[in-house]
Design a protein around this ligand. Sequence first.
Ligand SMILES: [Fe+2]
Length: 194
Amino acid sequence: MKTSTITRSDRAHLKEPVTPSATGEVQGYEHVQRTPLAMDAAAALVSVESLQQLLADTITLRDLYKKHHWQVAGPMFYMLHLLFDKHAGEQSELVDLLAERIQTLGGVSIAMGADVAEVTLIPRAPAGRENTAAQLARLIHAHEVILLEARAMARATASSGDVGTNDIIVSDVIRTGELQVWFLAQHIITPQAD
Ligand SMILES: [Fe+2]
């Protein structure tokens, strides 16, 4: 995409880290620290790995909602413009909840877009604008990816004893996702039955 007015040499300079000699990284992304939570260490490790996937996909869904909030057009413009932003806000709250759960369990939350893009299982959307039907279908598919993962995680955390994560998955991720899918699906125009 040719969108920037800055020059090639500017770009090279901007890629330089602020302090090239020291990255300041103190905990690797893969490392999970032991925490005083009276929880089985293996259970925490498995939860962190699954939460990273769920977080990457939730960040992607949040961004997909914002993309469509900006780019939606047509007869349903105003209602979908508002609905997509409401859902984006609710997904943003889930992003924070999932990221802080990962930190609570001793992990390092995935955070930046480039890293999220490598991990997410939600298909990449085009940079261009899609029509309303495609926007709705893409959002519903993204929700289904997350709901599938979340249901598997709900079962896994229930049996591993990580009930704190289980509560977030069931009460927040699954319930919010199911409700948002319902709202999206009601905007799909289907042929009337005779
Ligand atoms: Fe806006």
